[in-house]
Ligand binder design. Structure first.
Ligand code: HPA
Length: 271
């Protein structure tokens, strides 16, 4: 059933695009402006796509945008599905199955997150080197369909060393400063307590957020290469002196958006 649904969704999309993109991009909160660097765009609202979940978080549009950055064909997900919205992990990762079924083998995932590493500052961009899935939940739990991927997928290079190298080279060309670190998934929707952040720091996390990890697990399972870039929108609870708000997250992400756009444009141009 699941396999047939994915094929049906992919077939629907394939009819509406000229060619298979080389790269999929998931746009994080406040980072939707990345679609502005795409040319020859066409859009498909999630609501029109068969079997797609429906998203409605503020700051997240809900559509697939196809187009080009330079010569590279790109599919951007403007709006993602979060576990805290009540979606199952399978629903959160459904678009990844579809993108892979379309033939896309590279994923750039972006997000807004809180900084745990005290050398970080709001507005910093961080290359995700690895992640910690603290939820105890996994989108791959359940019967495995070998047509998608193996029962026990390897996660030793969850974030591709090759793509991290490309990102670093592109940052060098553009003179963009970046951090590197481990992203920890917190299910949310409340922000963390100060005690939780102290615990996560002890576990080796540099940043904390409520997304990305399920998609990255699915992408690895599906044989995709992943590059992850986080925007540190605030310092995490107990490190920050102010209380968190979603508005603050969106504002800081928006302010970093230009830097991220320049970086992503360079990464994709050199693809
Ligand atoms: N915690 C979790 N998720 C977030 C944060 C945070 O501090 N900032 C943006 N997303």
């Amino acid at each position: 059933m699941f396999y047939e649904d994915v094929c049906e969704t992919a077939a629907y999309i394939r009819e509406r695009i000229d060619a298979v993109p080389e790269l999929a991009i998931i746009l994080g909160s406040g980072l939707g402006g990345l679609v502005d660097i795409m040319e020859d765009k066409s859009e498909i609202p999630y609501g029109e796509i068969p079997h797609f979940p429906r998203s409605n978080v503020r700051g997240h549009a809900a559509k697939l945008v196809f187009g080009r950055i330079g010569k590279t064909r790109v599919a951007a997900m403007q709006g993602r599905f979060h576990f805290y919205e009540g979606f199952t992990m399978k629903e959160v990762t459904y678009p990844l199955y579809v993108l892979r079924q379309l033939g896309i083998r590279n994923l750039l995932v972006t997000n807004a997150c809180g900084g745990i590493n005290r050398s970080f500052r709001p507005g910093d961009l961080m290359i995700i080197t690895d992640h910690i899935n603290l939820t105890g939940r996994n989108s791959l739990i359940g019967e495995n369909d070998e047509r998608f991927g193996p029962r026990f997928p390897d996660m030793s290079e969850a974030y591709s060393g090759e793509l991290i190298g490309k990102a670093k080279a592109a940052a060098g060309k553009q003179g963009i400063a970046y951090k590197e670190g481990v992203y920890l998934l917190f299910p949310g929707p409340c922000y963390e307590t100060a005690a939780e952040i102290r615990a996560f720091a002890a576990l080796g996390a540099d940043a904390v957020g409520m997304s990305t990890v399920p998609e990255v697990i699915a992408a690895n399972y599906l044989g995709m290469k992943v590059l992850g870039i986080s925007c540190i929108t605030n310092m995490a609870t107990g490190i920050a002196t102010e209380k968190h708000t979603h508005e603050e997250v969106l504002r800081t992400a928006g302010e970093s958006s230009e830097k991220l756009c320049a970086w992503v444009r360079q990464i994709v141009q050199d693809w």
